[in-house]
Design a protein around this ligand. Sequence first.
Ligand SMILES: NC(=O)c1ccc[n+]([C@@H]2O[C@H](COP(=O)([O-])OP(=O)(O)OC[C@H]3O[C@@H](n4cnc5c(N)ncnc54)[C@H](O)[C@@H]3O)[C@@H](O)[C@H]2O)c1
Length: 248
Amino acid sequence: MQLKDRVAIVTGAGQGIGASVAKAYAREGARVAVIDMNFDAANCVVHDIQAAAGQAMAVPCDVAEREQVQAMVDRVTAAWGRVDILVNNAGITRTAMLHKMTVEQWNQVLAVHLTGSFNCLQAVVDGMMARCYGRIIYVTSAAGVLGTIGQINYSAAKAGILGMTKSTAKELARYNITANAIAPGAATPMTQTIRTDERFKEKYLERIPLGRWAEPEEIAPVFVFFASDASAYVTGQILAADGGMTIH
Ligand SMILES: NC(=O)c1ccc[n+]([C@@H]2O[C@H](COP(=O)([O-])OP(=O)(O)OC[C@H]3O[C@@H](n4cnc5c(N)ncnc54)[C@H](O)[C@@H]3O)[C@@H](O)[C@H]2O)c1
């Protein structure tokens, strides 16, 4: 058990990659706070974890809302005493060609990915600094590295997360807190359209050297690595678990 007795917060854990990460962390012995705007979905994940004898709690929270984030972290800390691991995974897309994108679409995406990650970071960091231990895991994307047509908002947010990762890593290294980012690629509700729509699916598949989409369960071990002592001397790094999409 690589995460025995650790306390982890995983945002956007009601489905997709976050749900797989929450389940993998619980299997590795962590107590997992399953955070999502969709409370029913978060509760389902907690149910699955508990059915497999893991420890988890669901907390409804919109990560873009600072007060909700503080209340969520207070709840986790009251229940389990501390937070050791934060996974800033919650994400949305609001896709539109840039000449048609509304400022609302721009702001919504930045609010969830950038402000949401920042809110969660600030809510947990004091405790991590006091205990001189922490693992911060950000989620970026090939879009942040390569850019994507129709996703100037998402690409900007995910590129911003690369900067956040490196700044977090440099600033918190002296407290024995690591910060790394994962650029995943997986079959989740977020990627459903580009995986199934005839207009996109072949084009996107061609961009993946391994020639297939991963299941979220195949990505989760990378999140375990960055949360565990196996990565104690790794910080400020970006690891793409995307079938080779970002080879360049
Ligand atoms: N799936 C991929 O191939 C892929 C590729 C690159 C990056 N990513 C990133 O990975 C992360 C997870 O993606 P996914 O594919 O599992 O997405 P998903 O849409 O399947 O799941 C995202 C989850 O986040 C939750 N969420 C959205 N906004 C929230 C908010 N404001 N507060 C709390 N929860 C919120 C949703 O309710 C949902 O449960 C995202 O950051 C995404 O940008 C995914």
